[in-house]
Write a protein that binds this ligand. Structure first.
Ligand code: NAP
Length: 239
């Protein structure tokens, strides 16, 4: 059985490590400079839209596709749905659950990054923006002091915010120190979910800071979705 595993997440790497008895090709977009490679065969770069992915699935005689991309990688997921339907290959989406507010959290949900930018001035004046480098410009005109944390530098480099280049996982002590040092009074994040970047939410709770969370795109309709690499491996067994 040949499986295409669309990756770029810790869950995709964990799943690649689990699937030792199947022929798996992991696929990475290749955006980050320092790629975290999963075990096994890896291909890097876009497929060239739905048509390119459809051709790739046919040429490589793929039997199943697992989309383990980041919950916000909506275009890749859309393309995977369309291409697997075109060639009649089963598709599974592996998506870690979103974050859930607990006691003491002051969370404000925004449908989009634009909504988050509009809401921001009512919640604070010194912003910690942790949405990655895509979509940063949406926050360029808030007029608020902003610290933006990204893995790789955005191009062109923004002049309106202070950039912090760093890569998780982060711990609570480090996040508390960062929030205090920069006198942050509001945090903005996407609802990525997962433990790797969760420490900022714990730190915000401890400091009683408001947090704006941007909703993740809806999961595709009519496609099975699981939350863990183990459940994705079990789905493959059923094929
Ligand atoms: P996206 O907007 O959904 O996809 C844009 C295009 O990038 C796709 O149409 C595809 O190009 C290419 N692409 C995306 N994922 C790919 C993959 N795994 N293998 C091959 N090509 C891929 O994706 P994105 O949000 O930019 O994310 C890019 C990668 O970074 C994904 O692998 C994702 O898992 C990872 N990532 C994303 C985020 C995030 O917040 N969005 C966070 C952490 C990691 P073609 O149309 O040419 O095929």
């Amino acid at each position: 059985m040949k499986v295409l595993l669309l990756g770029g997440t810790g869950e995709a790497r964990a799943l690649a490590a689990l699937l030792t008895d199947v022929d798996v090709v992991s696929s990475l977009a290749g955006r980050t400079k320092d790629l975290r490679l999963p075990p096994g065969e890896v291909r890097v770069g876009g497929f060239g839209g739905v048509d390119g992915l459809t051709r790739w699935l046919q040429e490589n005689r793929v039997d199943a596709v697992i989309d383990a991309t980041h919950p916000f990688a909506a275009t890749m997921t859309e393309h995977a749905v369309a291409a697997t339907r075109a060639v009649g290959v089963p598709l599974l989406v592996l998506r870690r659950p979103g974050w859930v507010a607990g006691p003491g959290d002051d969370w404000h949900w925004a449908e989009t990054a634009d909504d988050a930018a509009e809401l921001l001035p009512s919640l604070g004046a010194r912003v910690f923006l942790t949405i990655g480098r895509q979509g940063l410009e949406t926050f360029a005109n808030t007029g608020l002091w902003t610290l933006a944390r990204c893995v790789d530098p955005p191009e062109p480099a923004p002049t309106w915010c202070t950039l912090l280049l760093d890569r998780g996982p982060y711990d609570v002590a480090g996040e508390l120190d960062l929030l205090r040092r920069h006198r942050i009074d509001v945090l903005v994040t996407k609802d990525s979910g997962g433990p790797q970047t969760e420490a900022k939410l714990t730190a915000a709770r401890e400091l009683r800071l408001p947090v704006i969370l941007i909703h993740r795109p809806a999961a595709p309709l009519g496609v099975p979705v699981v939350e863990t690499p183990a459940a994705a491996a079990a789905w493959l067994q059923t094929l």
